[in-house]
Ligand binder design. Sequence first.
Ligand SMILES: [Zn+2]
Length: 182
Amino acid sequence: MILPVYLYGEPVLRKTAVEVDLGDEGLKTFVSDLFDTMYHAEGVGLAAPQVGKSLRVFVVDSTPYKEVYPDHVPFKGAFINPVITDRFGSDMPFSEGCLSLPQISEEVVRKSDIHIEYYDESGVFHDRDIDGILARIIQHEYDHLEGKVFTDSLPQIKKMVLKRKLNDIAAGKVKPAYKTKK
Ligand SMILES: [Zn+2]
């Protein structure tokens, strides 16, 4: 089921999300709804707060990057109660966008590598190092669980330039092609 995407300005995007009960009967359906919503909006990642649920869950599908980076091995999966235990490697700039911040893209510097522990939607525990574009997407989605959005870490001058665009989104003046709450 496609859910409405919550846009910048919605308080839920600023909350620290809480862990989910792995035995929750609705968890698999919720994860499936997150995937449906992400594909509908043509995103490569979507976190629960972006559909109004302050839960530590996000989904990613890096398949679209296969066209840009032929060597990329696409990954599709759900991350339940994830913990990034380490960020290492080099500082990498990359132009990011976000379904909750339509029509904004800015270069964000993040670490190239992470170590993450998480459960998938079947309750299986995973513990792995991740690099490349997948590490990028995961760090972006993980920020949503911490109540952060990608523009938060931009230099002050960039944030000033973006202020009006962000205010327009918060005021409901920006209408993306996908289903949104406003
Ligand atoms: Zn986002």
